[in-house]
Every structure is written in structure tokens, then in C-alpha cells.
Ligand binder design. Structure first.
Ligand SMILES: Nc1nc2c(ncn2[C@@H]2O[C@H](COP(=O)(O)OP(=O)(O)O)[C@@H](O)[C@H]2O)c(=O)[nH]1
Ligand SMILES: [Mg+2]
Ligand SMILES: [Zn+2]
Length: 308
């Protein structure tokens, strides 16, 4: 039996990077099942698997998925209770943003960050396209950097086009599994190509395959980096993952709100309009950022009690 890591999954076939075999196309052993999980796909990128290798056909059969450190999910359709595993064993998550072309809304960043918090995956904010910015954009970027670094999220300013700070990114990615996410057009694919030109990935994949049809199941691809480590891009997957979040725990995933909440008068304060709310007081005094609080309110207003 060989050991390997799944680097691509179509739901039927799996590409496995074996420790001794190199890249092998695998199928699943018949009647394959992962205990306890009601998912549409039993194996995802990032999974460590045991497989039997058949040198005659140069293919393999996956027999077992080893224990996962974590995994992220999305609901397989809006109505379904079943979920799809997007990826497993993620060490860190990077959200790619740009100040302009396109402008990334703060709420989008916050939704990403709370999802990372809920999965307990360390997150960083990568600000790309600094080569395009003038004084006004730099000012907005600096405000954003001070806001998020104060909360504890490292922010890294890069320009893929000019190669600025890519060495920093390389060091952070080396020997880890990193999930990258961000609106389309912010430069995720361009970064991957810059880090490994042999990948030769297509940039600006707008209006293509992923956006057609009512519900197209897409699977993310995991790219091996020439300096060690893997990067998972999630094209066509909106947001990142599904976590069941109850309304009364959403504030747990805003670190600065969570810390302040212990000073609220009521233990079950939701920081909306309760008397003696320390969170609202901090927002008024400016020690909690108003835009972060606004993101919190907006997420609380999502009509499904579960957050998606
Ligand atoms: N000016 C500038 N353009 C960039 C930079 N990075 C990517 N782009 C451009 O932004 C567009 C979208 O990039 P892409 O990598 O496809 O974004 P993705 O949707 O996040 O994968 C392409 O036209 C890239 O050439 C950058 O650092 N500066
Ligand atoms: Mg892309
Ligand atoms: Zn409160």
C-alpha cells in the first residue's frame, strides 16, 4: 500500500501524488465510505490517502482516507442538507483583495475571516495590484492594513505584475497547504503563474464554464509549489465553505468583538441594542471599528439562521 496526497478530484477520479510513485490517477475502492460524514464526495484535495498502485496500468485504487486535521464544506445545493468537502488539511487561508479593479468590499473580507475563524484556520489578507494605486488608494490601503493588523490579521501588500513582495509570499507558502480565495479578477491565478510559470494557468476566466447552469459542481485544484507546499485555488466557489453558525455565536468569530463581549451586562448579549452592551460602547468610542461592526450586523441579518 502506498501513501499519497490527493491533488485533484473530479468526484470520480482522483489524482494522487504518491510518496513513492509520483502522480497517479486513482479511483475509489468500491463501496468506499467515510464514517460519520454525510457528504456527496468522500475524498477531497488535501486528503492523505492509502492506495494500491498497479504498475501494469500505472493507475491506483484508493483504499483509505487518513484522519483529517480539518476540512471545509459547502452545501451541495441550496436546499440540500448534504455537503461537499471542498478541501482537507488546510494549514492557512489567504484572502486576496484589491483596493481598485476590482474594489473588494470590507464585508466580503469579514465574511471570509469569520469563516476562517470558525474553522480555526489562520488567515492573512493579501492586498494585490499595489502598482496601480495612487495617493488615495494608498490611503485606503493603509487604513485597511491598520484595521486588520490591529485585530491580529497580518496584511501583505503585493504586486504580482511587478513582483513586489512575492518573496514574502513564497516563504509563507513553503511546505504548507494554503487555501486562497478572493473575488474574481484580484490576481489569484496570476500569482500562481508567477510562483510557478510551468503551471501556465489561464487568467481572467470570466463567463466561462463555472458560471453556466444553475448548479455546476466545481472542484478546486491543488497546485504543488516548486519550493514545497500546495496552494488550493477555489474558482467558481463563492465564499469559502459552509459552516453552521448560530446567530448567538457569530460574534465569537470577530476576535475584537468576542474579547469585548465579556464586559457586556448580559451574558447572552447579541450586541444589537441591549442595555449595557460593551461592544456598542466600544464602537461609539472607536476602539472597535465601525465597519467591522457593520459587517457583524449584516451577517446577523442574513435570513437563514445558519450562515452560508
Ligand atoms: N496591474 C496589475 N494587474 C494584475 C496584477 N495581478 C493580476 N493582474 C491582472 O488582473 C487580471 C485578473 O487576474 P487573475 O489572475 O485572472 O485573477 P483571479 O480571478 O483572481 O484569478 C488579469 O488581467 C491580470 O493580468 C497586479 O499585481 N497588477
Ligand atoms: Mg483565477
Ligand atoms: Zn453586547
Amino acid at each position: 500500500m502506498d501513501k499519497g496526497i490527493v491533488i485533484k478530484s473530479t468526484g470520480i477520479r482522483y489524482r494522487v501524488l504518491g510518496e513513492n510513485t509520483g502522480i497517479i490517477e486513482c479511483t475509489l475502492k468500491g463501496k468506499f465510505r467515510v464514517k460519520e460524514l454525510r457528504t456527496t464526495n468522500p475524498v477531497a484535495v488535501g486528503d492523505n490517502v492509502l492506495f494500491t498502485f498497479d504498475p501494469a496500468t500505472n493507475t491506483g485504487v484508493i483504499n483509505e482516507v487518513l484522519n483529517r486535521k480539518n476540512y471545509i464544506l459547502r452545501r451541495s445545493s441550496n436546499l440540500s442538507k448534504q455537503a461537499q468537502i471542498i478541501a482537507a488539511n488546510i494549514d492557512q487561508a489567504f484572502i486576496f483583495i484589491t483596493i481598485i479593479l476590482p474594489e473588494t468590499p470590507l464585508e466580503f473580507i469579514d465574511r471570509f475571516l469569520i469563516t476562517a475563524e470558525a474553522y480555526r484556520i489562520p488567515a492573512k489578507v493579501i492586498i494585490n495590484k499595489t502598482d496601480l494605486y495612487g495617493d488615495e488608494e494608498f490611503a485606503r490601503m493603509d487604513h485597511l492594513v491598520s484595521l486588520y493588523s490591529r485585530i491580529g490579521y497580518e496584511c501583505i501588500k503585493i504586486s504580482v505584475t511587478e513582483g513586489t513582495n512575492l518573496e514574502t509570499i513564497r516563504k509563507l507558502l513553503a511546505n504548507r497547504i494554503t487555501l486562497i480565495s478572493g473575488n474574481s479578477g484580484v490576481g489569484k491565478t496570476s500569482l500562481l503563474n508567477a510562483l510557478d510559470p510551468s503551471l501556465n494557468l489561464k487568467t481572467e476566466e470570466i463567463s466561462g464554464y463555472h458560471k453556466q447552469g444553475k448548479h455546476v459542481t466545481t472542484y478546486p485544484e491543488m497546485h504543488r509549489m516548486p519550493f514545497g507546499g500546495f496552494v488550493i485555488d477555489t474558482p467558481g466557489i463563492r465564499g469559502f465553505g459552509v459552516v453552521d453558525m448560530d446567530k448567538n455565536e457569530i460574534y465569537h468569530f470577530f476576535p475584537e468583538i468576542f474579547t469585548t463581549a465579556s464586559e457586556c451586562r448580559f451574558y447572552n448579549c447579541l450586541h444589537l441594542d441591549e442595555p449595557g452592551c460593551a461592544v456598542r460602547k466600544s464602537v461609539e468610542e472607536g476602539s472597535i471599528d465601525f465597519f467591522r461592526y457593520r459587517s457583524y450586523l449584516s451577517i446577523m441579518e442574513d435570513d437563514n439562521s445558519k450562515y452560508r
